[in-house]
Design a protein around this ligand. Structure first.
Ligand SMILES: Nc1ncnc2c1ncn2[C@@H]1O[C@H](COP(=O)(O)OP(=O)(O)O)[C@@H](O)[C@H]1O
Ligand SMILES: [Ca+2]
Length: 500
């Protein structure tokens, strides 16, 4: 064998199958590395979690959110994994026994520990936001509100999560974060169709939030956001005492004229309650709120008889009086001298808007006139008939749906100046894609910086495509290696013979 021939035999690159296999492996590796760099993500999706406690005036809910670890800046990626309803009333009801406020959270927080994988506990942020019930308590007794917050803080700090604070959020935050939640879940931030407004009705306050191109005449009611590369100027206002439980107190207060020498014989004939409804109530329990100021302490010692007469027209007329429209210092007002530009676009109405309208079976497929007819029929239904028809519904809710439904329509029409067309553009919603509408998700997205000001770069491939391509290329490499081994070991051709 001459020298030239020996070199040819020993150099495996001269064999076409080895050359092909090696080139295949090299090309696959180059493609995989390039895609991995551009895609910038590992092959396995990992989930992260966040917890937000909504400490409302009537009760507390614990929400657990989850999102794919590598996609936190994409719109619509965070979703609700779990919700737990805390037993008992809202945290402000523990003003005289603050330690119970913290204790009340135990069951739901233990559930959170089980729901979130253990290795994620320490990096899971926990936020508690309290709304109008605590705003009212703070107005009434600052020390009591501090003690209640300290108690929930102490309780939350005993958990292995990353505690981020417990505070009373402002009405503007409540409105703006509700708007962010609705539009984030509907993926409106990146759509050309624009955003929709948010209407939140609680027990103690209510919020209206929408994008407006009009001049903002009161700076307190305006917030600017830059989200995913777009600028939004929001109008938002929160009306304290206009949640459905507190406004009922305002309404009842207007129905009863206080007398210097009040007795227990006062009878309130109420058009917003059903015929046959007849309950003895205590002034103290009904009017114990900073929203109501008419009665003196000695007057509050008495009882009164609350008797329903079921007359929707009269009920509607009486409810209108809770909105003061006699004075407006701006070019336009909603009510109580509050600036409001004309409403525009679609609206999502959630929380008690949904609970009430869902029970009454009023939807936006009904015109405003039809909605009023449904309410008229409901309000005139005798109390006994209703109780028999709905044995499972809490009596307090059942008795108040006539008032609350009439209030909702009046708030939209007389308060916010909704036209029949605006009503058609309003949807009563509980959830969007299985996540509850409310301020909590928007609050967490904001505090964790999960909504970027600028639109993030879109990855080269969707995750599914990325995983499939990586799998195919990995298989290709394996096949090439196997082929290479087979051919490298197999004796083939005269050159091989000569080596032996
Ligand atoms: N199934 C239901 N039917 C009617 N009302 C309900 C139902 N579930 C909750 N609510 C009411 O929804 C309201 C929720 O308000 P909440 O969030 O606690 O107060 P806020 O937001 O003012 O602090 C309360 O008035 C509560 O009674
Ligand atoms: Ca609420």
């Amino acid at each position: 064998m001459d020298e030239q021939q020996e070199m040819k035999v020993k150099n495996p690159w001269h064999r076409p199958h080895i050359f092909l296999a090696t080139t295949g492996i090299a090309v696959a590796i180059i493609i995989m590395v390039s895609i991995a760099v551009v895609q910038n993500k590992p092959l396995h999706q990992k989930y992260k979690y966040g917890i937000v406690l909504d400490a409302g005036s009537s009760h507390t809910s614990v929400y657990i959110y989850e999102w794919p670890a590598e996609k936190e800046n994409n719109t619509g990626m965070v979703r609700q994994k779990h919700a737990c309803s805390v037993k008992g009333k809202g945290i402000s009801s523990y003003s005289k026994t603050p330690e119970k406020a913290g204790e009340s959270l135990k069951e739901c927080m233990d559930e959170a520990k089980k729901t979130i994988p253990k290795h994620r506990h320490h990096e899971t942020p926990v936020y508690l936001g309290a709304t109008a019930g605590m705003r009212l308590l703070k107005m009434e007794n600052d020390v009591d509100s501090i003690n209640v917050l300290a108690s929930v803080e102490k309780s939350l700090q005993t958990y292995p999560f990353s505690y981020q604070g417990a505070r009373i959020i402002t009405g503007q935050e409540e409105g703006a974060f509700g708007w962010i939640t609705v539009n984030y879940l509907s993926e409106n931030f990146r759509k050309a169709t624009g955003t929709e407004g948010a209407l939140d009705l609680g027990g103690a306050s209510t919020q209206i939030t929408f994008v407006s191109g009009q001049k903002m005449e009161s700076p307190d009611d305006s917030i600017d956001f830059r989200l995913y590369g777009n600028d939004y100027r929001l109008y938002t206002h929160s009306f304290l005492c206009y949640g459905k439980d507190q406004v009922l107190k305002l309404y009842l207060e207007q129905q009863i004229q206080p007398k210097p020498n009040m007795t227990d014989n006062i009878i309130l004939e109420d058009p917003c309650f059903h015929p046959g409804y007849n309950v003895a109530k205590n002034f103290q329990s009904v009017f114990d709120s900073p929203c109501v100021k008419k009665f003196t302490n000695s007057q509050k010692e008495h009882n009164f008889r609350h008797r329903g007469i079921g007359n929707w027209t009269k009920c509607n007329e009486a409810i209108k009086k809770v909105f003061n429209t006699s004075h407006c210092r701006y070019s336009r007002c909603s009510f109580n001298d509050v600036f409001q530009p004309p409403v525009q676009g679609k609206f999502g109405a959630f929380s008690a808007y949904f609970f009430v309208m869902n029970f009454l079976k009023v939807t936006n497929y009904h015109s405003l006139v039809e909605a009023k007819k449904i309410l008229d029929a409901y309000c005139t239904t005798p109390w006994d008939t209703l109780k028999q028809k709905h044995p499972d519904v809490k009596e307090k809710y059942l008795a108040e749906y006539c008032f609350s439904g009439t209030y909702i329509i009046s708030l939209l029409e007389d308060g916010y100046k909704f036209t029949a067309d605006d009503w058609k553009n309003t949807k009563f919603i509980k959830t969007i894609k299985d996540s509850e509408a409310g301020w909590t998700l928007g609050y967490m997205l904001n505090l964790t910086n999960m909504i970027p000001a600028e639109a993030p770069d879109t990855p080269l491939l969707p995750h599914g495509g990325y995983v499939s391509l990586m799998t195919v290329l990995s298989l290709l490499i394996i096949v090439c290696i196997i082929l290479g081994c087979i051919f490298f070991r197999r004796p083939s051709g005269p050159a091989h013979k000569e080596i032996i």
